[in-house]
Design a binder for this molecule. Structure first.
Ligand code: PLP
Length: 455
Protein backbone atom coordinates (compact mmCIF):
# COMPACT_ATOMS: atom_id res chain seq x y z
CA UNK A 1 0.00 0.00 0.00
CA UNK A 2 1.49 3.26 -1.05
CA UNK A 3 0.26 6.16 1.07
CA UNK A 4 -0.49 9.25 -0.94
CA UNK A 5 1.25 12.16 0.75
CA UNK A 6 -0.15 15.51 -0.40
CA UNK A 7 2.47 17.92 -1.71
CA UNK A 8 3.07 20.97 0.44
CA UNK A 9 1.39 23.99 -1.06
CA UNK A 10 -0.57 21.78 -3.49
CA UNK A 11 -3.48 23.66 -4.98
CA UNK A 12 -6.66 23.23 -2.99
CA UNK A 13 -4.92 21.57 -0.09
CA UNK A 14 -5.95 22.79 3.33
CA UNK A 15 -2.80 24.17 4.83
CA UNK A 16 -4.20 25.35 8.14
CA UNK A 17 -2.61 24.58 11.49
CA UNK A 18 -5.64 22.42 12.31
CA UNK A 19 -5.10 20.39 9.15
CA UNK A 20 -1.44 19.72 9.99
CA UNK A 21 -2.33 18.96 13.60
CA UNK A 22 -4.72 16.28 12.44
CA UNK A 23 -2.08 14.67 10.24
CA UNK A 24 0.58 15.05 12.94
CA UNK A 25 -1.51 13.14 15.46
CA UNK A 26 -1.28 10.07 13.24
CA UNK A 27 2.52 10.02 12.91
CA UNK A 28 4.16 12.07 15.65
CA UNK A 29 4.56 11.64 19.38
CA UNK A 30 3.98 15.36 19.95
CA UNK A 31 6.43 18.25 20.04
CA UNK A 32 9.99 17.15 19.25
CA UNK A 33 11.30 18.70 22.48
CA UNK A 34 8.82 17.53 25.10
CA UNK A 35 10.30 18.58 28.43
CA UNK A 36 7.87 21.49 28.89
CA UNK A 37 4.13 20.78 28.70
CA UNK A 38 2.61 21.95 25.40
CA UNK A 39 0.44 25.07 25.41
CA UNK A 40 -3.31 24.31 25.44
CA UNK A 41 -3.84 25.55 21.89
CA UNK A 42 -3.95 24.03 18.42
CA UNK A 43 -0.31 23.25 17.57
CA UNK A 44 1.22 25.87 15.31
CA UNK A 45 3.16 24.72 12.28
CA UNK A 46 5.99 27.02 11.29
CA UNK A 47 6.80 27.21 7.61
CA UNK A 48 9.48 29.87 7.33
CA UNK A 49 11.27 32.51 9.31
CA UNK A 50 12.87 35.83 8.63
CA UNK A 51 14.74 38.19 10.93
CA UNK A 52 13.02 38.01 14.28
CA UNK A 53 9.77 36.51 12.99
CA UNK A 54 8.49 32.99 12.49
CA UNK A 55 5.62 32.52 9.99
CA UNK A 56 3.14 29.69 10.34
CA UNK A 57 1.44 27.76 7.54
CA UNK A 58 -1.49 30.21 7.65
CA UNK A 59 0.85 33.13 7.06
CA UNK A 60 0.55 34.49 10.60
CA UNK A 61 3.76 35.83 12.11
CA UNK A 62 5.15 35.39 15.61
CA UNK A 63 7.92 37.54 17.01
CA UNK A 64 10.59 35.13 18.16
CA UNK A 65 11.45 36.30 21.66
CA UNK A 66 12.47 32.74 22.53
CA UNK A 67 15.28 32.86 19.95
CA UNK A 68 14.11 29.31 19.32
CA UNK A 69 15.09 28.04 22.81
CA UNK A 70 18.12 30.34 22.92
CA UNK A 71 20.43 29.74 19.95
CA UNK A 72 19.20 32.30 17.40
CA UNK A 73 21.19 35.23 18.75
CA UNK A 74 21.22 36.98 15.36
CA UNK A 75 17.62 36.09 14.57
CA UNK A 76 16.68 34.02 11.53
CA UNK A 77 18.66 34.27 8.33
CA UNK A 78 21.35 36.77 9.29
CA UNK A 79 23.01 37.38 5.88
CA UNK A 80 26.60 37.02 7.17
CA UNK A 81 25.79 33.81 9.01
CA UNK A 82 23.91 32.43 5.99
CA UNK A 83 26.83 33.31 3.68
CA UNK A 84 29.30 31.43 5.90
CA UNK A 85 27.06 28.37 6.15
CA UNK A 86 26.20 28.44 2.44
CA UNK A 87 29.86 28.63 1.41
CA UNK A 88 30.63 25.64 3.65
CA UNK A 89 27.60 23.77 2.33
CA UNK A 90 29.04 23.95 -1.17
CA UNK A 91 32.63 23.24 -0.11
CA UNK A 92 32.48 20.47 2.51
CA UNK A 93 29.22 20.16 4.44
CA UNK A 94 29.32 16.73 5.99
CA UNK A 95 31.09 15.24 8.97
CA UNK A 96 34.52 13.74 8.38
CA UNK A 97 35.76 10.27 9.27
CA UNK A 98 37.99 10.06 12.33
CA UNK A 99 41.29 10.06 10.43
CA UNK A 100 40.66 13.62 9.16
CA UNK A 101 40.77 16.96 10.89
CA UNK A 102 39.18 20.11 9.48
CA UNK A 103 41.01 23.46 9.49
CA UNK A 104 37.74 24.82 10.88
CA UNK A 105 38.31 22.89 14.10
CA UNK A 106 41.59 24.70 14.59
CA UNK A 107 40.22 28.11 13.66
CA UNK A 108 37.32 27.76 16.07
CA UNK A 109 39.57 26.36 18.80
CA UNK A 110 41.93 29.34 18.43
CA UNK A 111 39.04 31.73 18.82
CA UNK A 112 37.61 29.94 21.85
CA UNK A 113 40.94 29.64 23.66
CA UNK A 114 41.64 33.32 23.04
CA UNK A 115 38.33 34.47 24.55
CA UNK A 116 37.35 31.94 27.24
CA UNK A 117 39.47 32.05 30.41
CA UNK A 118 39.35 28.30 31.21
CA UNK A 119 39.83 27.17 27.61
CA UNK A 120 43.23 25.62 27.01
CA UNK A 121 41.93 22.79 24.84
CA UNK A 122 38.53 22.25 23.23
CA UNK A 123 36.46 19.28 22.07
CA UNK A 124 33.35 19.49 19.93
CA UNK A 125 29.97 17.78 19.99
CA UNK A 126 26.46 18.41 18.80
CA UNK A 127 24.24 19.10 21.79
CA UNK A 128 24.51 20.51 25.27
CA UNK A 129 23.18 17.28 26.80
CA UNK A 130 25.94 15.32 25.16
CA UNK A 131 28.91 17.51 26.12
CA UNK A 132 27.71 17.65 29.75
CA UNK A 133 28.02 13.84 29.83
CA UNK A 134 31.54 14.09 28.47
CA UNK A 135 32.48 16.47 31.28
CA UNK A 136 31.19 14.01 33.89
CA UNK A 137 33.33 11.30 32.34
CA UNK A 138 36.42 13.51 32.17
CA UNK A 139 36.06 14.55 35.79
CA UNK A 140 35.68 10.99 37.05
CA UNK A 141 38.65 9.81 35.02
CA UNK A 142 40.84 12.73 36.13
CA UNK A 143 40.07 12.54 39.84
CA UNK A 144 39.40 8.82 40.10
CA UNK A 145 36.36 9.68 42.24
CA UNK A 146 32.77 8.58 41.53
CA UNK A 147 30.39 11.40 42.49
CA UNK A 148 29.05 14.48 40.71
CA UNK A 149 27.57 17.30 42.77
CA UNK A 150 24.69 19.21 41.14
CA UNK A 151 22.25 21.89 42.26
CA UNK A 152 18.51 22.25 42.66
CA UNK A 153 16.85 24.11 39.79
CA UNK A 154 19.72 23.73 37.33
CA UNK A 155 19.11 22.01 34.00
CA UNK A 156 21.80 20.10 32.14
CA UNK A 157 19.89 18.16 29.49
CA UNK A 158 17.69 15.14 29.21
CA UNK A 159 20.14 12.27 29.83
CA UNK A 160 19.56 9.83 32.69
CA UNK A 161 22.24 11.26 34.97
CA UNK A 162 20.83 14.80 34.91
CA UNK A 163 17.10 14.29 34.45
CA UNK A 164 15.10 15.31 37.49
CA UNK A 165 16.11 14.47 41.02
CA UNK A 166 14.88 16.68 43.86
CA UNK A 167 16.69 17.64 47.01
CA UNK A 168 16.47 14.86 49.54
CA UNK A 169 14.49 16.31 52.46
CA UNK A 170 15.87 13.70 54.92
CA UNK A 171 18.74 15.38 56.80
CA UNK A 172 19.97 12.00 58.06
CA UNK A 173 20.79 10.76 54.56
CA UNK A 174 23.63 11.89 52.29
CA UNK A 175 22.37 14.49 49.77
CA UNK A 176 21.49 11.93 47.08
CA UNK A 177 18.75 13.28 44.84
CA UNK A 178 15.36 11.59 44.89
CA UNK A 179 12.20 12.23 42.88
CA UNK A 180 9.50 14.04 44.78
CA UNK A 181 6.22 13.70 42.84
CA UNK A 182 5.66 16.47 40.32
CA UNK A 183 8.66 18.60 41.12
CA UNK A 184 11.75 16.66 40.14
CA UNK A 185 14.65 19.02 40.54
CA UNK A 186 12.47 22.09 40.56
CA UNK A 187 11.00 21.11 37.18
CA UNK A 188 7.78 19.28 36.47
CA UNK A 189 9.75 16.61 34.75
CA UNK A 190 8.72 13.06 33.98
CA UNK A 191 11.43 10.58 34.79
CA UNK A 192 9.75 7.32 33.75
CA UNK A 193 12.23 4.98 32.12
CA UNK A 194 15.29 6.59 33.63
CA UNK A 195 17.84 4.05 34.87
CA UNK A 196 17.12 3.14 38.50
CA UNK A 197 20.80 3.67 39.33
CA UNK A 198 21.17 6.95 37.43
CA UNK A 199 21.17 9.16 40.52
CA UNK A 200 23.22 6.89 42.77
CA UNK A 201 26.51 8.58 41.91
CA UNK A 202 25.11 12.07 42.41
CA UNK A 203 24.69 14.55 45.20
CA UNK A 204 22.34 17.48 44.90
CA UNK A 205 22.18 20.54 47.13
CA UNK A 206 20.86 24.12 47.17
CA UNK A 207 22.68 26.51 44.89
CA UNK A 208 23.89 29.89 46.11
CA UNK A 209 24.49 28.49 49.60
CA UNK A 210 28.20 28.39 50.50
CA UNK A 211 27.57 26.66 53.83
CA UNK A 212 25.66 23.81 52.16
CA UNK A 213 28.51 23.23 49.73
CA UNK A 214 31.15 23.47 52.40
CA UNK A 215 29.32 20.94 54.58
CA UNK A 216 29.02 18.38 51.76
CA UNK A 217 32.61 18.81 50.66
CA UNK A 218 33.89 18.52 54.23
CA UNK A 219 32.08 15.21 54.63
CA UNK A 220 32.18 13.65 51.15
CA UNK A 221 34.78 15.77 49.30
CA UNK A 222 37.21 12.92 48.75
CA UNK A 223 34.51 11.04 46.80
CA UNK A 224 33.39 13.95 44.65
CA UNK A 225 34.90 14.34 41.18
CA UNK A 226 33.01 17.38 39.97
CA UNK A 227 30.90 20.33 41.03
CA UNK A 228 28.70 21.08 38.04
CA UNK A 229 26.55 24.21 37.84
CA UNK A 230 25.07 26.92 35.67
CA UNK A 231 27.06 30.00 36.76
CA UNK A 232 23.80 31.95 36.50
CA UNK A 233 20.65 29.90 37.08
CA UNK A 234 19.23 30.75 33.67
CA UNK A 235 16.95 27.74 33.57
CA UNK A 236 15.11 28.65 36.71
CA UNK A 237 14.18 32.26 37.32
CA UNK A 238 17.34 33.76 35.82
CA UNK A 239 18.78 33.78 39.35
CA UNK A 240 22.17 35.48 39.76
CA UNK A 241 24.89 34.07 41.99
CA UNK A 242 25.05 35.87 45.33
CA UNK A 243 28.03 38.22 45.55
CA UNK A 244 31.10 36.15 46.39
CA UNK A 245 29.36 32.79 45.88
CA UNK A 246 31.22 31.68 42.74
CA UNK A 247 34.54 32.77 44.27
CA UNK A 248 33.77 30.69 47.37
CA UNK A 249 32.82 27.69 45.23
CA UNK A 250 36.12 27.98 43.37
CA UNK A 251 38.05 28.11 46.62
CA UNK A 252 36.22 25.13 48.13
CA UNK A 253 36.77 23.03 45.00
CA UNK A 254 40.49 23.85 45.11
CA UNK A 255 40.66 22.93 48.79
CA UNK A 256 39.06 19.51 48.19
CA UNK A 257 40.66 18.68 44.85
CA UNK A 258 37.26 18.71 43.14
CA UNK A 259 36.93 19.89 39.53
CA UNK A 260 34.54 22.74 38.81
CA UNK A 261 32.52 22.96 35.60
CA UNK A 262 30.39 25.90 34.54
CA UNK A 263 27.59 24.80 32.25
CA UNK A 264 27.62 27.78 29.90
CA UNK A 265 25.15 26.29 27.41
CA UNK A 266 22.94 29.36 27.93
CA UNK A 267 25.41 31.98 29.19
CA UNK A 268 28.13 31.13 26.66
CA UNK A 269 28.38 33.55 23.72
CA UNK A 270 25.48 35.49 25.23
CA UNK A 271 26.54 37.31 28.39
CA UNK A 272 30.05 37.85 27.01
CA UNK A 273 32.33 36.35 24.39
CA UNK A 274 34.18 34.76 27.30
CA UNK A 275 30.96 33.65 29.00
CA UNK A 276 29.85 34.11 32.60
CA UNK A 277 33.30 33.05 33.86
CA UNK A 278 34.74 36.16 32.20
CA UNK A 279 32.02 38.40 33.60
CA UNK A 280 32.47 37.15 37.17
CA UNK A 281 36.22 36.67 36.98
CA UNK A 282 35.96 33.10 38.30
CA UNK A 283 37.65 30.48 36.15
CA UNK A 284 36.30 26.92 36.28
CA UNK A 285 38.34 23.88 35.24
CA UNK A 286 35.89 22.98 32.50
CA UNK A 287 32.97 24.60 30.71
CA UNK A 288 30.26 23.37 28.36
CA UNK A 289 28.80 25.25 25.39
CA UNK A 290 25.80 24.73 23.13
CA UNK A 291 22.85 26.82 21.94
CA UNK A 292 24.28 30.20 20.86
CA UNK A 293 27.73 28.84 19.97
CA UNK A 294 26.64 28.29 16.37
CA UNK A 295 23.63 30.66 16.41
CA UNK A 296 21.17 28.13 15.05
CA UNK A 297 22.91 24.98 13.85
CA UNK A 298 23.45 21.99 16.13
CA UNK A 299 26.87 22.37 17.69
CA UNK A 300 28.40 22.15 21.15
CA UNK A 301 31.77 22.13 22.87
CA UNK A 302 33.71 21.42 26.03
CA UNK A 303 36.55 23.76 26.88
CA UNK A 304 38.95 23.31 29.75
CA UNK A 305 42.29 22.75 31.40
CA UNK A 306 44.87 21.04 29.23
CA UNK A 307 45.68 18.35 31.80
CA UNK A 308 42.01 17.32 32.13
CA UNK A 309 41.15 17.63 28.45
CA UNK A 310 44.36 15.75 27.67
CA UNK A 311 42.63 12.55 28.78
CA UNK A 312 40.84 12.76 25.44
CA UNK A 313 44.10 13.26 23.55
CA UNK A 314 45.55 9.99 24.83
CA UNK A 315 42.19 8.21 24.44
CA UNK A 316 41.86 7.29 28.09
CA UNK A 317 38.51 9.03 27.84
CA UNK A 318 36.33 8.43 24.80
CA UNK A 319 34.22 11.18 23.25
CA UNK A 320 33.10 9.55 20.03
CA UNK A 321 30.36 10.69 17.67
CA UNK A 322 29.71 10.36 13.94
CA UNK A 323 28.81 14.02 13.62
CA UNK A 324 31.39 15.52 16.01
CA UNK A 325 33.46 17.01 13.23
CA UNK A 326 30.53 18.82 11.65
CA UNK A 327 31.84 21.45 9.22
CA UNK A 328 28.54 23.29 8.85
CA UNK A 329 28.28 23.73 12.62
CA UNK A 330 31.88 24.87 12.87
CA UNK A 331 31.54 27.35 10.00
CA UNK A 332 28.44 28.71 11.73
CA UNK A 333 30.31 28.89 15.06
CA UNK A 334 33.24 30.77 13.53
CA UNK A 335 30.87 33.23 11.84
CA UNK A 336 29.03 33.63 15.14
CA UNK A 337 32.21 34.33 17.06
CA UNK A 338 33.38 36.89 14.50
CA UNK A 339 30.01 38.65 14.44
CA UNK A 340 30.01 38.87 18.24
CA UNK A 341 33.59 40.16 18.34
CA UNK A 342 32.92 42.81 15.72
CA UNK A 343 33.19 46.52 16.54
CA UNK A 344 34.49 45.74 19.98
CA UNK A 345 31.35 43.83 20.91
CA UNK A 346 28.66 46.11 19.50
CA UNK A 347 26.20 43.19 19.55
CA UNK A 348 26.48 43.00 23.35
CA UNK A 349 26.00 46.75 23.72
CA UNK A 350 22.91 46.51 21.52
CA UNK A 351 21.55 43.75 23.76
CA UNK A 352 22.02 45.96 26.82
CA UNK A 353 20.23 48.88 25.17
CA UNK A 354 17.31 46.74 23.93
CA UNK A 355 17.03 44.82 27.19
CA UNK A 356 16.82 48.06 29.19
CA UNK A 357 14.07 49.25 26.84
CA UNK A 358 12.14 45.98 27.30
CA UNK A 359 12.43 46.05 31.07
CA UNK A 360 11.25 49.66 31.27
CA UNK A 361 8.35 49.05 28.92
CA UNK A 362 7.27 45.84 30.68
CA UNK A 363 7.22 47.70 34.00
CA UNK A 364 5.14 50.52 32.51
CA UNK A 365 2.65 48.07 31.00
CA UNK A 366 2.37 46.08 34.22
CA UNK A 367 1.74 49.26 36.20
CA UNK A 368 -0.84 50.48 33.67
CA UNK A 369 -2.80 47.22 33.87
CA UNK A 370 -2.59 46.70 37.64
CA UNK A 371 0.15 44.07 37.89
CA UNK A 372 2.25 45.79 40.51
CA UNK A 373 3.99 42.52 41.38
CA UNK A 374 5.74 42.13 38.01
CA UNK A 375 9.06 40.46 38.68
CA UNK A 376 11.91 40.71 36.17
CA UNK A 377 15.44 39.46 36.47
CA UNK A 378 18.08 37.74 34.39
CA UNK A 379 21.52 38.25 32.91
CA UNK A 380 22.40 39.99 29.68
CA UNK A 381 20.26 38.53 26.91
CA UNK A 382 17.58 36.98 29.09
CA UNK A 383 14.60 38.39 31.00
CA UNK A 384 12.73 36.08 33.31
CA UNK A 385 9.13 37.28 33.69
CA UNK A 386 7.08 36.38 36.73
CA UNK A 387 4.65 37.79 39.28
CA UNK A 388 6.21 38.03 42.70
CA UNK A 389 6.73 40.78 45.27
CA UNK A 390 10.53 40.72 45.52
CA UNK A 391 13.46 42.63 44.10
CA UNK A 392 15.63 39.61 43.42
CA UNK A 393 15.43 35.83 43.85
CA UNK A 394 18.43 33.57 44.33
CA UNK A 395 16.88 30.10 44.44
CA UNK A 396 13.81 28.05 43.50
CA UNK A 397 12.65 28.41 47.13
CA UNK A 398 12.60 32.20 46.81
CA UNK A 399 10.48 31.90 43.67
CA UNK A 400 7.93 29.60 45.24
CA UNK A 401 5.57 32.42 46.20
CA UNK A 402 5.27 33.57 42.57
CA UNK A 403 1.89 33.43 40.84
CA UNK A 404 2.41 30.38 38.62
CA UNK A 405 -1.09 30.63 37.12
CA UNK A 406 -0.51 34.18 35.90
CA UNK A 407 2.96 33.24 34.65
CA UNK A 408 1.41 30.41 32.60
CA UNK A 409 -1.36 32.67 31.30
CA UNK A 410 1.24 35.25 30.26
CA UNK A 411 3.05 32.78 27.99
CA UNK A 412 -0.18 31.48 26.52
CA UNK A 413 -1.57 34.94 25.75
CA UNK A 414 1.81 35.92 24.31
CA UNK A 415 1.43 33.14 21.76
CA UNK A 416 -2.13 34.21 20.97
CA UNK A 417 -0.93 37.76 20.41
CA UNK A 418 1.90 36.63 18.13
CA UNK A 419 4.83 36.63 20.54
CA UNK A 420 6.82 33.45 21.15
CA UNK A 421 8.63 33.47 24.50
CA UNK A 422 10.70 30.69 26.02
CA UNK A 423 9.42 27.96 28.31
CA UNK A 424 9.89 28.91 31.95
CA UNK A 425 8.67 32.43 31.08
CA UNK A 426 11.87 33.65 29.47
CA UNK A 427 12.31 36.44 26.96
CA UNK A 428 15.58 36.28 25.05
CA UNK A 429 17.01 39.49 23.65
CA UNK A 430 19.06 39.64 20.47
CA UNK A 431 21.41 42.49 19.62
CA UNK A 432 20.24 42.42 16.00
CA UNK A 433 16.62 43.38 16.72
CA UNK A 434 15.71 46.51 14.76
CA UNK A 435 13.85 49.46 16.28
CA UNK A 436 10.80 48.22 14.39
CA UNK A 437 11.18 44.70 15.86
CA UNK A 438 11.39 46.19 19.35
CA UNK A 439 8.43 48.53 18.82
CA UNK A 440 6.22 45.75 17.41
CA UNK A 441 7.24 43.37 20.22
CA UNK A 442 6.27 45.95 22.83
CA UNK A 443 3.06 46.75 20.99
CA UNK A 444 2.05 43.08 21.12
CA UNK A 445 3.21 42.66 24.72
CA UNK A 446 1.02 45.61 25.64
CA UNK A 447 -1.97 43.67 24.26
CA UNK A 448 -0.87 40.69 26.35
CA UNK A 449 -0.90 42.76 29.55
CA UNK A 450 -4.28 44.21 28.61
CA UNK A 451 -5.71 40.67 28.47
CA UNK A 452 -3.81 39.15 31.39
CA UNK A 453 -6.16 38.29 34.28
CA UNK A 454 -5.67 40.67 37.20
CA UNK A 455 -4.07 39.35 40.40
N1 PLP B 1 22.81 22.77 29.85
C1 PLP B 1 22.04 23.86 29.96
C2 PLP B 1 22.42 24.93 30.93
C3 PLP B 1 20.89 23.98 29.17
O1 PLP B 1 20.11 25.07 29.31
C4 PLP B 1 20.56 22.96 28.26
C5 PLP B 1 19.36 23.05 27.43
O2 PLP B 1 18.48 23.84 27.63
C6 PLP B 1 21.41 21.84 28.18
C7 PLP B 1 22.53 21.78 28.98
C8 PLP B 1 21.10 20.75 27.22
O3 PLP B 1 21.38 21.18 25.92
P1 PLP B 1 20.66 20.51 24.65
O4 PLP B 1 19.22 20.84 24.72
O5 PLP B 1 21.37 21.11 23.47
O6 PLP B 1 20.92 19.04 24.73
Amino acid sequence: NIIRIPERGQRGMDSSNAHWAQRARKVLTGPQSNLAPPLPITPIFAERSDGHRIFDVEGRDYIDLALTMGPLIFGHGNPRWIAAVEAQLLKLPSPLPGQFYSPLEVELGERMTSAIPCAELVKYGLSGSEVVQLVFRLARAFTNRPYVLRFDGHYHGWMDSVLGGSLNPDPNLPPHPIDLPGTAGGFNTSTAGRSPVALLDQYKIEWNDVDALEAVLERYGDKIALVHMEPIMCNFGGCPPRPGYLEAVRELCNRHGVLLCFDEVITGFRVDLGGAQKVFGVTPDLATYGKAIAAGLPFAAVAGRADVMGLLSDRRVVGAGTFNCFPLGMAAAIATFDLLAEDDGVWFRNVDRIQTRFRQALREMAAAYGHDDLFLQGPRGQIYVDFLKAQVAHSPAELEAADAARRGAFRLICMEEGVSIGAGSRIYISGTMSDEDVAESLNRLNKVFARLPKP
